[in-house]
Design a protein around this ligand. Structure first.
Ligand SMILES: [Zn+2]
Ligand SMILES: [Zn+2]
Ligand SMILES: [Zn+2]
Length: 98
């Protein structure tokens, strides 16, 4: 692996998706997110920084889960908050759906 991130699980197995939208927004009764991100540590779905809630970043700040993937259909990129790099992993299992 040459992308500079040390947080990637060796087997690349995606965690189980825990909701069909941003959990924090859904808990507040909102569905006004712009894009969804998918935590690769615990499977939590959170909204992106263009969304009002910015819950994906909030999840990293509160729980320290650094590695996420896009939860948008057709998007395969990953992002690491600690290393501050985005990358793709050719051959990684696709993001599961809820
Ligand atoms: Zn990393
Ligand atoms: Zn949200
Ligand atoms: Zn998480």
């Amino acid at each position: 692996m040459t992308n500079g991130c040390s947080h990637i699980p060796e087997d690349l197995a995606p965690p189980t998706v825990t909701a069909d939208g941003c959990e924090d927004c859904l808990a507040a009764g909102n569905r006004d997110w712009v894009h969804l991100r998918f935590c690769q540590i615990c499977g939590r779905v959170g909204c992106c920084d263009n969304s009002p809630g910015r819950h994906a970043t909030a999840h990293f700040n509160s729980d320290g889960h650094a590695l996420l993937r896009s939860f948008e259909p057709g998007e395969e990129w990953w992002w690491c908050y600690v290393d501050e790099i985005g990358f793709e992993i050719p051959g990684a299992p696709p993001t599961p759906s809820y």
